[in-house]
Ligand binder design. Structure first.
Ligand code: IVH
Length: 702
């Protein structure tokens, strides 16, 4: 709609107001804006100008009237014109068929009649509200309360951008009702919720300010809507979806449209500019219901808001009337709930777990609770910062969440239920496993046990890490066996694994002879591995699988890697100062060097040319079988390092240049050897080329 300058100012103002209202619906309700935010801002500024010049023109339906009003002393109680009922729940397919059967019986459908038609919708996990529009203008909004009496939260609801302050005019939506007058009265039923994105953002700001964080979007929505100061509500981003109609009345003398189905009702609300869910469907029979449930279950995690199930409603309004109500719930509708992803329980204690690198993780010990399909009694709390962010205290009633296959998490505490004797978690000063001091590196979130491999917990984790499939792959060496091996002192460090005897393994609890043999075979087989897997298995901080591969490709042998200084390490792809420092400090510790020595002595074969199942061609590197002479000073590698690397890939390093020399590796200040190489036409390479050629060695080998 264009606002022309030659129209009288008040008419221009009214047109502008309507245009802005339409843009708000396009943006907040239909997710399909037709103008840019900047263009909107220009129109909005014009509106504010008009209203500043003519305050008498300001009406409650103006887009400027969404900023919240002065705080109230309390919410007024209102009586719902039509009661706000609740729904019965179904939890299983059996419950579903029973619902369908009851509906069929209630509508007198015979067994061989066609399937009953249902309107299906998501069950929004928010708060039920009712909106009253009189002559198309929002005049009141209220919470459900007890279904009969609710609280007047009009000022708060007005701040929600997806709730139109004025309905779309019927002539604009093309309704052929013989009138363009809106319903004189329309009650809209729906749910206020907070999008997950807005919830995350809100909690971030709350935490940054040191304010209370909310445990889930539902609680955040409830807390935001029930603010006596609606200016606070205006700062929270709430959303709204409607799922039904209460009373609707038309001006006298109008042929009121008679919608036949619930789906038509909802379509009509959508046309009026009210937000409805895109996920609604009309289906046939119990099979259709089950399919809808399935489909939404799959989509659930991707939806931008939380739902706790789906709702089925007999679609025909006539049939709905025939079915009627039982006590406070309709017979024609049912909520099919998803298994709860959240449950409340008691945080009995917080203990700590020691990880492979000594990182101390606080773990919540919970009163066992059934959630997301399993019983949960422990949940990681990650680190002390996280614990503080969630404001948890021992003794709290907490919300535990387990969604899909995601590991269970403690979402937060219900602060209202905090007992007087709740206590804070205190990070122990000493490791519960080895009693070494625990310290927190100032710039890190984790606290660490300083016991290193003295600490049995770290040892166990280090062994499991070394044995895992992506490292040296000792099949069958799981945590139960490792616990026993470490606790009985049979294995104090990695090389001890390679000294294990059959009788020792067979004597472990629940270890059959056959399994003992299998584990021994797997330990033996693990010695033939790649340098990259071996390196990764050592569990050097910041050396994940990819870095391990890069290092192996670059240095080719463990000796060359161990001999490398910082400059040499920094030559490796993706190795920066942090990784280099970690490698240097790892190899600087004699106990780590001893472990590597002992493993090599136990028979590890890491040379990447001798991998079983790899053809000679694949094994070929540019240097295999070639004679190379080194001369001058290389920029980063020492002569020894360069020699070790070359030998590791099958080169022969010679002291003098002859016709048989394949390459001369020359650094600065190269002397007569370089001159001779040039005379003989031998390829001269520098360190950069050497490294490049080494990196070009087949990756599959390392
Ligand atoms: S229809 C006659 N449809 O669930 C009852 N309710 O347990 C009308 N809810 O308080 C409710 N999504 O707030 C209906 N698509 C949906 C819903 C829905 C969420 C809530 C509603 C109600 C509760 C009923």
């Amino acid at each position: 709609m264009m606002v022309h300058a030659d129209v009288a100012p008040e008419a221009r103002f009214l047109a502008l107001k309507q245009e802005l209202a339409m843009h708000l619906v396009a943006y907040h309700v239909r997710d399909a804006p037709v103008i840019s935010d900047a263009q909107y801002d220009v129109l909005y500024a014009q509106l504010l100008d008009f209203e500043a010049a003519h305050p008498e023109w300001i009406t409650p339906d103006s887009p400027s009237q969404r900023v919240g009003a002065a705080p109230l002393d309390g919410f007024a109680q209102i009586t719902h014109r039509t009661p706000m009922l609740s729904l019965n729940n179904a939890f299983s397919v059996d419950d579903l068929s029973a619902f369908d059967r009851r509906c069929r019986e209630g509508t007198n459908l015979a067994a061989d009649d066609a399937a009953l038609e249902y309107a299906c919708e998501p069950k929004f996990d928010g708060l039920a509200v009712t909106l009253t529009y009189e002559n198309g203008v929002l005049t009141q909004g209220a919470t459900r309360g007890d279904g009969e009496f609710g609280e007047d939260v009009t000022a708060n609801l007005r701040t929600i951008r997806s709730i139109p302050l004025k309905l779309m005019p019927l002539n604009v939506i093309g309704a052929s009702l013989g009138t363009s007058s809106p319903p004189t009265l329309l009650e809209v039923r729906g749910e206020v919720l907070m999008m997950r994105r807005d919830f995350d953002r809100l909690n971030e700001t709350q935490a940054a300010k040191g304010d209370k964080v909310f445990v889930n979007p539902r609680n955040a929505a409830a807390g935001s809507l029930r603010q006596l100061d609606s200016r606070l509500t205006a700062q929270r981003r709430l959303s709204f979806f409607c799922y039904g109609m209460g009373r609707i009345e038309w001006p006298p003398g109008i042929d009121a449209p008679l919608f036949a189905t619930h789906a038509q009702n909802i379509d009509f609300l959508a046309q009026l500019g009210l937000p409805v869910s895109a996920e609604r469907r009309v289906v046939q029979g119990a099979i259709g219901l089950a399919q809808f449930y399935e489909a939404i279950g799959v989509k659930r995690a991707q939806l931008p808001f939380d739902i706790d199930g789906v709702v089925y409603k007999v679609n025909s309004l006539r049939q709905q009337q025939g079915l009627g109500f039982v006590s406070r719930a309709p017979r024609f509708a049912i909520a099919h709930k998803f298994p709860a992803e959240e449950a409340t329980t008691i945080l009995l204690d917080i203990t700590v777990q020691v990880g492979r690198t000594g990182a101390i993780t606080p773990v919540a010990r919970l009163q066992p609770v059934f959630v997301g399909g399993t019983t949960v009694s422990n949940a990681t709390l990650h680190n002390i910062d996280e614990l503080q962010r969630k404001q948890l205290m021992i003794g709290d009633t907490v919300i535990v969440r387990r969604a899909g296959d995601v590991i269970p998490e403690v979402v937060g505490a219900i602060l209202e239920k905090r007992p007087a004797d709740a206590r804070d978690f205190v990070m122990p000063t000493h490791c519960p496993e080895c009693h070494s001091p625990i310290f927190r590196v100032p710039e890190e979130v984790a606290s660490r046990c300083t016991g290193g491999l003295i600490c049995p917990a770290q040892r166990k984790q280090a062994i499991l890490h070394f044995a895992q499939r992506r490292a040296v792959d000792i099949e069958g060496l799981g945590d139960k066996i490792v616990d026993q091996l470490v606790d009985s002192d049979l294995v104090k460090s990695l090389p001890d694994l390679y000294k294990l005897e059959f009788s020792q393994l067979a004597s472990l609890e629940r270890m059959a002879e056959k399994s003992a043999t299998n584990v021994l075979d797997a330990i033996e087989a693990s010695k033939k591995t790649t340098l990259a897997r071996f390196l990764y298995g050592l569990g050097i901080r910041h050396v994940g699988e990819t870095t391990a591969k890069d290092l192996a490709r670059h240095f080719c042998t463990i000796d060359a890697l161990m001999a490398a200084d910082e400059l040499a390490l920094l030559q490796v792809n993706d190795v920066g100062p942090v990784v280099a420092e970690s490698l240097l400090s790892f190899f600087a510790q004699s106990q780590n060097r001893d472990v590597i020595d002992a493993l090599l002595k136990a028979g590890f074969v890491l040379s990447h040319q001798t991998l079983p199942g790899v053809s000679a061609e694949e094994n070929a590197t540019p240097f295999a079988g070639k004679t190379i002479v080194l001369t001058g000073t290389l920029p980063t590698l020492s002569r020894d390092q360069a020699q070790a690397m070359l030998e590791a890939v099958g080169a022969k390093v010679s002291g003098s240049v002859s016709k048989k020399t394949h390459y001369v590796l020359a650094g600065s200040d190269a002397g007569s050897k370089l001159v001779k190489a040039q005379e003989l036409g031998i390829t001269v390479i520098d360190e950069a080329q050497l490294l490049l050629m080494l990196q070009l060695a087949p990756q599959s080998l390392i």
